[in-house]
Write a protein that binds this ligand. Structure first.
Ligand code: ADP
Ligand code: MG
Ligand code: MG
Length: 506
């Protein structure tokens, strides 16, 4: 039997020469395999790259991070239950209406999303299916007396990113482990075969292919296509391209459309069935009927600078195309929903009381509190405002994309700086503190070695029928490990805090 691993001797100590070789091997593999992003403006200004041809290595760890096998398996094994749960929540308009009512006073963005839903509902929804490409994020929580467990950080229902790059990161770490570069075989207790496969690209593309097929025949007589609705100037474009190319290799026509151009090139047909039609910008005589729209935009207020953004979202929503996500599915991903679901009674409304599913889901919850005027909310307000107690918490608004949270001692002054009637639109969450780990991060060519914190994301692909809510496609489709230095609170790769990583199971 292999000797037990020793986390303090991981990753292996390398001489400068060995490290240089490993860095070069990582850079080359990343560039050759599209483990890349467009350079951040801090690194390359638009003057230096006026036509946008540069790509740089995505920030990445030089070694896979050690990760408890039981925790990894826990995250995988609960994903299909999460897919079903969020499909159900998305169907439950009354439940979502209550959530929206709770946060609407301090959150104009959520209010506007709800308005889109109401406007579409008045004439009747045309779509027959919904597609969820979800990502449930976790950190490892270790208590002294019990085995480690994953606890959920958040559940993403819109623009769950990094599936494309995470498959490549697993590929990089596998390549290095099997090469002469990483010297992992010298690490006691480490088995380099414990790098699990990571089929994110195939799985996310598979969810879209399922939605595409289930859409059925074209009603307009035009050929069918899938649209990726993206942000202008997206830096994380290769992450998206990996999925697009996988779709194209399964012979599905797929096009990228900037959200800001939606009204220019897409329109809803004036028919009872409201097909979404897309005209190729390069050839106005080429028109497609859109089976599914994958949103990598539209998740934050920045994409709606004026009313035309909201008009675009309304037109998209009222069309027959299958949305990933619909407005209701996007709302289901609000952090307020996660907080409300974390109560056993509310959860049982969706998954039953004593089911195996309910237990598995409950095991992943940590303490999350409302900041409303309920008894629980008033107690949480006290914790949030107390200078000692607040150290254990993170305060979250209903926003996505990283960089929006308020941590620890920043919480009391922040709350005092906003009107009390807006406090309802935040949730207070206990900070999860994973066991210490070490790695070397390579970001923009610089190395940072030291203590790191990992966040595991598990992807799910799910298609369900509108009306009945019947789930017709439900899969867990690989994982993401994002790692950040242990001095940073935020872990987003796109927001510049974290980096790509993969797991080495121990
Ligand atoms: P977003 O939707 O903006 O990604 P998250 O809820 O994922 O919002 O929070 C952003 C980051 O903040 C996470 O990636 C994680 O690094 C950190 N974080 C959030 N919640 C917690 C928590 N309960 N414990 C520890 N870190 C957290
Ligand atoms: Mg999120
Ligand atoms: Mg997050």
């Amino acid at each position: 039997m292999a000797p037990p691993h020793d986390p303090s001797s991981y990753p292996p100590k390398l001489s400068q020469e060995e490290l240089d070789r490993l860095v070069l091997a990582s850079k080359d593999w990343s560039a050759a395999n599209g483990l890349c992003v467009r350079p951040p403006p801090a690194l390359v200004s638009s003057d230096q790259d006026p036509v946008g041809i540069l790509a740089v290595n995505a920030p990445v760890t030089l070694f896979p991070s050690l990760f408890p096998r039981s925790c990894f398996e826990q995250g995988q094994s609960v994903q299909r239950a999460y897919n079903e749960l969020y499909a159900k929540v998305s169907q439950d308009e009354d439940f979502l209406q209550n959530i929206v009512n709770d946060v609407i006073e301090g959150d104009e963005f959520i209010a506007n999303l709800w308005k889109v839903h109401q406007r579409v509902k008045k004439d009747g929804y045309a779509h027959k299916l919904s597609l969820g490409l979800f990502r449930s994020d976790y950190m490892v929580h270790q208590e002294v007396t019990s085995p480690p467990q994953v606890k959920q950080v958040e559940f993403n229902t819109i623009a769950s990113s990094f599936g494309g790059l995470s498959a490549q990161t697993s590929g990089l770490h596998k390549f290095l482990a099997q090469s002469e570069y990483s010297l992992l075989e010298n690490s006691p207790g480490i088995d380099v075969n414990e790098l699990p496969s990571n089929p994110t690209v195939a799985g996310l593309a598979g969810g879209m292919v399922a939605a595409h097929k289930l859409y059925g025949q074209s009603k307009s007589g035009k050929p069918l296509c899938i649209i990726f609705l993206v942000q202008t100037g997206e830096r994380n474009v290769f992450d998206q391209r990996h999925i697009e190319y996988a779709l194209r290799s399964s012979e599905v026509p797929v096009f990228r459309l900037e959200f800001a151009d939606f009204l220019k090139y897409a329109e809803v047909a004036e028919t009872a069935t409201k097909e979404l039609l897309y005209t190729l910008p390069s050839n106005a005589s080429k028109v497609f009927e859109v089976s599914a729209v994958y949103l990598r935009a539209g998740y934050g207020p920045g994409d709606y600078p004026d009313s035309s953004g909201w008009e675009a979202r309304y037109q998209l929503e009222r069309s027959a195309a299958t949305k990933c996500p619909s407005v209701l599915t996007q709302l289901a991903g609000a952090k307020k929903v996660q907080q409300v679901l974390a109560s056993r009674d509310v959860l049982s409304r969706f998954v039953g009381k004593d089911s195996d599913k309910a237990k598995k889901l409950l095991d992943t919850f940590t303490n999350i509190f409302p900041l409303d005027s309920s008894t629980e909310g008033l107690r949480a307000r006290k914790l949030a405002l107390d200078e000692t107690e607040c150290q254990k918490y993170v305060l979250k608004p209903q926003r996505e994309g990283g960089g929006n949270n308020i941590y620890r001692s920043d919480i009391p002054p922040f709350l005092k700086s906003i009107p009390e009637r807006h406090w309802n639109s935040y949730i207070l969450m206990e900070l999860i503190t994973p066991p210490p780990a070490r790695n070397i991060i390579m970001r923009n060519g610089q190395l940072e070695e030291g203590g790191v914190i990992g966040e595991l994301g598990v992807y799910g692909a799910c298609v369900w029928k509108s009306g009945t809510g019947e789930v017709v496609h439900n899969e867990d489709v690989g994982y993401l490990l994002r790692t950040k230095g242990d001095k940073s609170e935020e872990g987003g790769v796109a927001a510049g805090f974290g980096c790509m990583d993969s797991v080495l199971l121990v």
